[in-house]
Design a protein around this ligand. Structure first.
Ligand code: HEC
Ligand code: HEC
Length: 301
């Protein structure tokens, strides 16, 4: 009998040992990927200095950056707080203590972060929005950078990513999303269509304002990007509820956060409080674009 127990404990012990070694190897792989350095050729984007461009940059930042970096752009602590997975603070974008304005040494550092998803050392940033912001035209990106450099300094130290070993293991296993630098196309160079109420401009707004991140590549819905939340985003193609809406219904929904059916959109999930800053023509363009999409069934898991 004793011998049997001894064998069982040897087998269980070896299995546990194997599991630990596997976990440790995956953890090291995760570390290596998170510390990999990238380099891209400089964009040579010209940062404008005139008031109109800076004002345009402010408008873009309102719909696109403030939701994650805060109304004063000084960064949000625990922007992501995943319990056993760790935390991510969004960065302080001002020139105050702890802000990128003090840390960055050139305009190219901004471009590397916003277009490619890397920090000044070339290491991956976990800024999911890069899948959208990499589609910004040189002109729009230049205006945003110009504006950010003018915002009042706020002293606020933030701490970036703080992933636990478990998060690193799940990341290597593909359970957690990949780093934006690993997924965006670094070669694309988008020229923005002329601003106006057109499907083309609406598509550009949708591509650069994170809509696909939640509503899916075909806009028929998708899983929520934060893996700790189980929300499915609704279908915005003519196959969904929007089929029965008018342009006015759509604009009202984004401006007030209440749908024509009286459903209140939860700002924790749908950032309408940022998107209500779109001007009328931008919202009309998005509406024209959504109407032009092929009818699709709601995405389900
Ligand atoms: C979906 C949320 C989200 C949106 C939208 C977003 N950011 Fe970020 N951003 C983050 C997070 C989180 C970090 C910190 C990432 C890290 O440390 O890995 C970050 C980091 C940064 C950094 C710091 C890079 C560094 O090296 O420290 C810059 C610059 C930046 N964002 C600019 C912007 C600008 C400009 C916009 C709007 C065009 C924007 N972000 C929109 C979440 C967001
Ligand atoms: C961070 C995820 C996220 C992003 C980014 C996002 N949405 Fe949403 N959206 C949602 C979720 C989730 C809901 C459902 C919210 C609820 O039921 O409380 C929603 C609801 C909506 C609705 C109401 C649909 C209905 O059937 O009631 C519209 C319209 C909409 N979003 C448009 C947009 C547009 C346009 C963009 C880009 C400019 C966008 N969303 C970006 C997650 C997102």
């Amino acid at each position: 009998m004793k011998k049997v127990f001894k064998w069982i404990s040897v087998v269980v012990g070896s299995l546990l040992g194997l599991l630990l070694v596997t976990g440790f190897v995956l953890f090291l792989m995760g570390n290596a990927r998170l510390n990999k350095t990238y380099d891209f050729s400089p964009s040579n984007i010209v940062i404008p200095t005139d008031d109109a461009s800076i004002e345009f940059g402010r408008h873009r930042a309102q719909t696109l950056c403030e939701g994650c970096h805060g109304a004063d752009l000084s960064g949000i602590e625990n922007w992501f707080s995943g319990g056993p997975l760790g935390t991510i603070d969004s960065a302080n974008l001002t020139s105050g203590e702890g802000g990128v304005g003090q840390e960055f040494t050139s305009d190219e550092d901004y471009v590397r972060a916003i277009r490619h998803g890397i920090d000044p050392e070339g290491k991956p940033l976990f800024m999911v929005a890069v899948v959208s912001t990499s589609n910004l035209s040189d002109k729009d990106l230049g205006a945003i950078i110009a504006y950010i450099k003018t915002v009042p300094p706020v002293d606020h130290k933030t701490h970036g990513q703080n992933f636990t070993p478990l998060a690193k293991i799940l990341y290597v296993l593909g359970v957690l999303p990949q780093m934006p630098v690993e997924v965006v196309n670094h070669e694309i160079h988008v020229t923005a269509p002329e601003a106006g109420v057109s499907a083309e401009y609406g598509e550009y707004m949708v591509n650069t304002n994170d809509c696909h991140l939640c509503h899916g590549p075909q806009m028929n819905g998708g899983p929520f990007p934060d893996p700790t939340k189980t929300k499915i985003s609704p279908n915005l193609t003519p196959g969904g509820e929007l089929a029965g809406w008018s342009e006015e219904d759509f604009i009202n929904t984004i401006r007030t956060g209440v749908t024509p059916g009286g459903h209140e959109l939860d700002p924790e999930f749908m950032p309408w409080e940022s998107y209500r800053n779109f001007n009328d023509d931008e919202l009309k363009a998005i509406w024209v674009y959504l109407r032009s999409l092929p009818k699709q069934e709601q995405y389900t898991e």
